[in-house]
Structures are given as structure tokens and as C-alpha cells.
Design a protein around this ligand. Structure first.
Ligand code: UD1
Ligand code: UDP
Length: 364
């Protein structure tokens, strides 16, 4: 029997990390990879659409947990994943990223003494008010194998006392997803739907609780985006959390009337088509900071910190305050932005390196 590998995915940023690894493991045929979808994200535009775009089969196991408070969501995932592991025990559990599904399945697997690997290990914002930072630190503390995207991540783990033998720098798996679908992305001109021209618009994504969960910070963001929309058309696919907050604070009609191209979340291929043809991006996303660095597109990140510092030191990313969006966009439009370079091992072969490392671990 081939070793059974659970690949855990729950939320939007997980799907493009799991897909390249799933395809690589299937291609090699040495293991039996099964996708476990926790159901943390459940709208078609946040979940199933990504399975289609990323050419993945339906999840082998769907835990169907849905939303809730952190404790509710994490607890429900743990209960459901424990049942699955008791029915069909994997030889390894692989978790990716930093969402609640990552931590919940990591703890569950380890309590059942199932070997655990974390893909995208070692990233640190050093801001423990971020739920993701808690998920990262706790997952890395118990993982047996830690696959990192960049040297800063290795250093963070060593500083936390993780034995070097467990750490393997494999590069950035997000880039594998982009490379895998580059042809399809290149053929699409998603921006045309919004009646804008290539290179003459910006893309906006915002969903961090610190930015969108209270009306005062939302008001600043809406003001700034309105100012920018007067000089640069903006396409803003709105995350469901953000949409709910905008509606609750009464900003939604104003945003619709503001000239911004507000839309539902976009599928992976469409979104990467929008980003790769954009003049610049305004975001608070983790993954988008990396994708823009890879593509050489200026990225203004509306945050105090980033767990992806290599996008600042080597890439095209800048951290900005919410009230500085308009002025920073004006700067970027005047060309005040370094070109950046692609970090080492962000090359489309990360899944292959992960599969090599996993094969070694499974045989041991
Ligand atoms: C989660 C992750 C965050 C990640 C983001 C990516 C945690 C702690 N947070 O945040 O790290 O950056 O996903 O998008 O894991 N909702 C829907 N439909 C969906 C999904 C969510 O309507 O398909 C709404 C629900 O009201 C839900 C809320 O959005 O309660 C928040 O969803 P949740 O998964 O808890 O957190 P995100 O803000 O999406
Ligand atoms: N993304 C997408 N459509 C969108 C917004 C994002 O396909 O409308 C993709 C994009 O590739 C991004 C990834 O989803 O890198 C991560 O999503 P998100 O920003 O939700 O999560 P984070 O990386 O902040 O955890």
C-alpha cells in the first residue's frame, strides 16, 4: 500500500498552495495523496471555483465546518478531523499556510501521533495580535518537517529552537501555482470586463480584521480609495468579511457610487490576470505581496508589519498606513518604485522539492 498523505486545505489562500503539491504527488505515484477540505471557506467564489481553476478533483474528504468564532471554528475542525483520522489514518498530514484550518489539523494530527509537515513554515510578523501569527507559531512548534519559502523563515525557526534537521528551504509554492497556470492566465484579459486598459488600473484587496472590522478604519480606507479612483481606475474584488463590514457600516452604496469597479471575489486565473496587467496593487493580503514581487508589480501593503519581509528587501512591496494610500499611489505612479527581483527558489519547482523531502521522510 502506498503511504497515505492528507493535504489539508480550508481557506482561499490554501488552495493554490495545495494544488501544485497534489499534482506533483499524483504524477510521481509513490504516495496516495488525499485532499482534506475543512470547509472554512465555502462560497463557490472562495472555494470550489479554485478547485476548478487549479484543476483539482473535488476534495476526497470535506469536513464542512463553515464559519464561527476562532474557538468555534478551530474546535469544530479539530473534532471533524479527529474523526476522519480515526477512520482513515494518514501516514503524514501536510498543512499549509497560517489559517485556523492549519492549526486545528496540526494539533489534531500530532495528538494522534501522526507525523506532521508544514508548508510555508517559519514566516513571522512578530505581531501576536494577528490570529495568523498564533497559528504560525503554534503549528511550527509541533511540526516534524518544516518547509520554508525563504532564508528569513529558516532564521526565525532556528531562533525559536527548531532543530535544523527539521527545516528545509523549498521555495515559494504560490509561485508554482502561477507557473502551472501561466498560459491560461496569459490568454485571459480579465481587465477588459471592467472597461480599463492593461497597465492603466490598480487592483485592491482588503480583508484583515485590523483594517475592515471597525467602521473608523473602514471610513479611512473608503476615503482613500475614492481619492485614488479619481486618477486611476481601481478594480476591487471584495472579500466576504469586508463586504459584510462595509454593508454593516453603511459604506456599500457609497462604494458602488464612487466609480470604483467593485466586484465579487475573482477566481484564481482571473485574479492573476488582473494583477499581472495592473499598474499597481493595494492590498493587505499575504499571498498577493508575494505574487506581485514575482511579477514585478508595485504593491502597497496596508499593514504595519509583514511576515514576508523578503518582498520588501528583494521585491516590489511597501508597507503603508491606511491614510497614506492616495499619496503612496501617486508616488508609485510617478515611477518611485524599485523593480525588485525574484527571490531564490521562487521558481516553480517548489512542489518537486517538497515531494523529494516527503519521499525521504516517508521512507525513514
Ligand atoms: C481567513 C483567514 C485569513 C486569510 C483569509 C483569506 C483565519 C484566522 N483567517 O480569514 O488568515 O487571510 O481567510 O481569505 O483563518 N465568509 C463567507 N463565505 C466564505 C468564507 C467566509 O461568507 O466562503 C464570511 C463569513 O461570514 C465568515 C467570515 O467571512 O464568518 C470570515 O471567514 P473566516 O474564514 O473566519 O476568516 P477570513 O476573514 O476569511
Ligand atoms: N485571490 C483570488 N481572487 C481574489 C483575491 C485573491 O484568486 O479575489 C488569490 C490570490 O492568489 C491571493 C490568494 O487568493 O494570493 C490569497 O488570498 P487571500 O488574500 O484571501 O489570503 P492571504 O494570503 O491574505 O492569507
Amino acid at each position: 500500500m502506498r503511504p497515505l498523505i492528507h493535504l489539508v486545505a480550508g481557506a482561499r489562500p490554501n488552495f493554490m498552495k495545495v494544488a501544485p503539491l497534489y499534482h506533483e504527488l499524483v504524477r510521481r505515484g509513490e504516495t496516495d495523496p488525499r485532499i482534506v477540505h475543512t470547509g472554512q471557506h465555502y462560497d463557490d467564489a472562495m472555494s470550489d471555483g479554485f478547485f476548478r481553476d487549479l484543476r483539482m478533483p473535488s476534495p476526497h474528504h470535506h469536513l464542512g465546518v463553515g464559519g464561527g468564532s476562532h474557538a468555534e471554528q478551530t474546535g469544530r475542525i479539530m473534532l471533524a478531523y479527529e474523526n476522519l483520522c480515526l477512520e482513515s489514518r494518514p501516514d503524514w498530514t501536510v498543512v499549509v499556510g497560517d489559517v485556523n484550518s492549519t492549526l486545528a489539523c496540526a494539533i489534531t494530527a500530532k495528538k494522534l501521533c501522526i507525523p506532521l509537515a508544514h508548508l510555508e513554515a517559519g514566516l513571522r510578523s512578530f505581531d501576536r495580535t494577528m490570529p495568523e501569527e498564533i497559528n504560525r507559531v503554534a503549528t511550527d512548534a509541533i511540526a516534524d518537517l518544516l518547509w520554508t519559502p525563504s532564508p528569513d523563515a529558516d532564521l526565525n525557526l532556528r531562533n525559536e529552537g527548531v532543530p535544523t534537521s527539521r527545516i528545509k528551504m523549498v521555495g515559494n509554492i504560490m509561485i508554482d501555482a502561477y507557473v502551472m497556470l501561466q498560459d491560461a492566465i496569459g490568454k485571459l484579459t480579465a481587465y477588459r470586463e471592467f472597461e480599463v486598459k492593461a497597465g492603466e488600473y490598480g487592483v485592491v484587496t482588503l480583508h484583515r480584521p485590523v483594517n475592515v472590522d471597525n467602521a473608523a478604519s473602514l471610513a479611512v480606507l473608503v476615503n482613500e480609495l475614492e481619492k485614488v479612483a479619481k486618477v486611476l481606475p481601481l478594480i476591487f474584488p471584495v472579500h466576504p468579511r469586508t463586504r459584510a463590514r462595509l454593508e454593516a457600516a453603511g459604506f456599500w452604496p457609497r462604494l458602488l457610487a464612487s466609480g470604483l469597479h467593485v466586484c465579487e471575489p475573482v477566481g484564481y486565473v482571473g485574479f492573476m490576470s488582473l494583477v499581472s496587467n495592473a499598474k499597481l496593487v493595494v492590498t493587505d493580503s499575504g499571498g498577493v505581496q508575494e505574487e506581485t514581487t514575482y511579477l514585478g508589480i508595485p504593491c502597497l501593503t496596508v499593514r504595519d508589519t509583514t511576515e514576508r519581509p523578503i518582498t520588501l528587501t528583494e521585491g516590489t512591496n511597501r508597507l503603508i498606513a491606511p491614510g497614506d494610500i492616495a499619496i503612496s499611489v501617486a508616488d508609485a505612479m510617478s515611477g518611485a518604485f524599485p523593480r525588485g527581483k525574484r527571490p531564490t527558489l521562487w521558481d516553480g519547482y517548489t512542489a518537486a522539492r517538497v515531494a523529494d523531502s516527503l519521499a525521504e521522510a516517508v521512507v525513514k
